[in-house]
Ligand binder design. Structure first.
Ligand SMILES: C[S@@+](CC[C@H](N)C(=O)[O-])C[C@H]1O[C@@H](n2cnc3c(N)ncnc32)[C@H](O)[C@@H]1O
Length: 245
């Protein structure tokens, strides 16, 4: 995702630090305290501006969600969108954050949400390739990758988030009956991913080359990229891999 560098990005991010983590292992180890319950964890890799995780976390609220995004400013927008959507306030005219009681926290401060319910999503900035290995086996019950970079050049195969080594890592992190969900408009990447899933410790539970015409669309949450590509006439591919370790 391309984005012009945001003014005051780090300060904006710091304002909402109640909704973010810099250490996902600590988040996992303290999840009961942080999320306020012991529900299973789900992970989205490359959450962009957060449409999917916001929608999913409301539609399936009995889970906790961790949204990973490698571009800090994009993750900040996702966190702000989530906070707004959850009734936790909005950006203030001075660039700070205004909580629902009208109090304005300027840039440089950290918002105190008091007794407000922070909901079931937390955001982190970083490359999934470096962050995910820090988590223990069987830590989550679903992993979502939506419209990741296709890395079309042959020399970049290993960077694709559906490359076998990533899939093996997802299998390790997922509970034995956990699932990997993948969507893309990019057919060559999808064909590659189907082949990788066959090689990986996953059983291909479902796949479609046209999600929006399939029976699965009723429960589908469209992401920003999904809406854009679909509007341009691309059909959307989806697969679900069931852990088989
Ligand atoms: C094409 S965008 C799609 C955003 C969103 N998932 C959607 O469907 O609208 C891919 C996003 O994944 C992020 N991303 C790519 N590789 C990543 C990685 N290894 N770890 C974390 N985020 C990554 C990018 O920064 C970008 O924001």
């Amino acid at each position: 995702m391309r984005m012009k560098k945001k003014k005051h990005g780090p300060e904006r991010r710091a304002l909402l630090s109640a909704l973010t983590t810099e250490n996902i292992l600590a988040l996992y180890e303290n999840k009961e305290k942080i999320y306020g319950n012991n529900n299973p964890l789900r992970i989205e890799i490359g959450c962009g501006k957060g449409d999917f995780v916001c929608g999913k976390s409301k539609k399936e609220p009995n889970y906790n969600y961790l949204a990973i995004e490698k571009i800090a400013d994009v993750s900040t927008l996702a966190t702000e969108n989530y906070a707004r959507d959850r009734g936790l306030g909005d950006l203030a005219a001075n660039g700070g954050w205004q909580t629902p009681d009208g109090k304005i926290y300027p840039l440089g401060e950290v918002v105190d949400f008091g007794d407000l319910d922070l909901g079931n999503v937390r955001f982190t900035v970083g490359d999934a390739k470096e962050l995910l290995p820090t988590l223990p086996d069987n830590c989550c019950d679903a992993i979502y990758v939506n419209f990741c970079d296709p890395w079309p050049k042959k020399g970049h195969t290993k960077r694709r988030l559906t490359y076998i080594e990533f899939l093996k890592m997802y299998s390790r992190l997922l509970t034995p009956d956990g699932k990997f969900y993948f969507k893309t408009d990019n057919r060559p990447l999808f064909d590659f991913s189907l082949e990788e899933v066959e090689k990986a410790p996953f059983t291909l539970e479902y796949h479609t080359f046209d999600l929006h015409s399939s029976e699965m669309d009723a429960e589908n949450i469209r992401t920003e990229y999904e809406r854009n590509f679909s509007a341009k006439g691309f059909s959307i591919n989806m697969l679900i891999g069931k852990n088989n370790k």
